[in-house]
Design a protein around this ligand. Structure first.
Ligand code: K2U
Ligand code: ZN
Length: 172
């Protein structure tokens, strides 16, 4: 188990499309462990493997509050197989775009098919924060960021801000 460094905007790695997992190997289990540890340390309630630089279709989520017992979920090759016409607006953030939050509109409910860590195919019907988080994470697997749903002006403004910060850090 290890806490891994997070990939931060504007790193082009975040725009990669992640590859499907063919079989749930010990390496994939170790990756999921590292993702959970990294997510809890951040702290965050979701993480996609690309956010620690690994272009594989693996997502971890835990919606448990700080004072509650952990309830880790691992989704391998998750795909939305149904989404509601009803929409929901939720404030979103991203561990790869730290301290930036904006409202995003997404389908209120989704059905997601995925592989479990045991290699079994499963489906989950989600609404509320879980639906938002699953869609946010599956977007990461396709190189899509929540800022892509904002106006061009807002997206360019935040991208320029993070690019300027990255230049400062590399010059330091
Ligand atoms: O992908 C990530 O960076 C993880 C996000 C997951 C997330 C995004 C939007 C809405 C809910 C969850 C991080 O956990 S960001 C922390 C956070 C948590 C709740 C609401 C907003 C941001
Ligand atoms: Zn994110």
């Amino acid at each position: 188990m290890a806490i891994r460094p997070l990939v931060i905007l504007p790193d082009a790695v975040l725009r990669q499309v992640s590859s499907p997992v063919d079989s749930v190997t010990p390496e994939i289990r170790a990756l999921a462990d590292d993702m959970l540890q990294t997510m809890y340390d951040a702290p965050g309630i979701g993480l996609a493997a690309i956010q620690i630089g690994v272009p594989r279709r693996v997502v971890t989520i835990d919606l448990a509050k700080a004072e509650e017992e952990k309830s880790p979920m691992v989704f391998i090759n998750p795909e939305v197989v149904w989404s509601s016409e009803a929409l929901n607006v939720h404030e979103e953030g991203c561990l790869s775009i730290p301290e930036y939050y904006e409202e995003v509109e997404r389908p209120a409910s989704v059905k997601v098919r995925y592989l479990t860590l045991d290699g079994k195919t499963a489906e989950i019907e989600a609404e509320g924060l879980l639906a938002t988080c699953l869609q946010h994470e599956i977007d990461h697997l396709n190189g899509v960021l929540f800022i892509d749903y904002l106006s061009r002006l807002k997206r360019e403004r935040v991208t320029k801000r993070f690019a300027k910060q990255a230049r400062r850090e590399s010059a330091a």
